[in-house]
Design a binder for this molecule. Structure first.
Ligand code: SF4
Length: 160
């Protein structure tokens, strides 16, 4: 049976989960890495990962979240009380990143292999490759679904 693009992405997620599970990295500061600014990092993902993440409803309606790039650079909107509310659809970076320093090298190898697989899937299914910051995707994709009278709550220009 020929696999669809979506099934191929499922397989990549499953492969990554298996690799990470096999390595059993430690998570010592549970959930703090989703506070991007405090933690000092930014999360980059592909469009298909963003679309899958957005299949999970945001914990609050987007109109109430003041969903700006700056706000998302502060903290992922899917984190609720220290936990990921979109665990099954979280992007590759969230599946692979752990604060365990002994896992660093392996994490970067898994990331490289997973991104390679993801790019190959895009090529095979003729899906354009788009890769950018999580916040940029969320702001743009959510804006497309909001009524026109909410433009000020979803502001892709407040990026600094
Ligand atoms: S999707 Fe989940 S794991 Fe990833 S940054 Fe957001 S809250 Fe954290």
């Amino acid at each position: 049976m020929n696999k669809t693009f979506e099934q191929t992405i499922d397989d990549i997620y499953a492969w990554v989960d298996e690799q990470v599970h096999g390595a059993s990295p430690r998570c010592e500061i549970s959930g703090r890495c989703c506070h991007f600014r405090k933690y000092g990092h930014r999360l980059y993902i592909s469009r298909v990962e963003a679309e899958r993440l957005l299949q999970v409803p945001l914990p609050q309606p987007a109109e109430r979240l003041a969903l700006t790039l700056d706000a998302i650079r502060e903290q992922c909107p899917y984190q609720v009380q220290g936990r990921c509310s979109a665990r099954n659809q979280r992007p590759l970076g969230c599946r692979i990143f752990f604060c365990d320093p002994t896992f660093e090298q392996q994490a970067s190898e898994i990331t490289e292999a997973a991104v390679q697989q993801l790019k190959q899937a895009h090529e095979k299914f003729h899906v354009p490759w788009e890769y950018q910051e999580l916040g940029q995707f969320l702001v743009n994709l959510v804006s497309e679904t909001l009524p026109r009278n909410f433009p000020s709550r979803v502001d892709s220009n407040s990026s600094q």
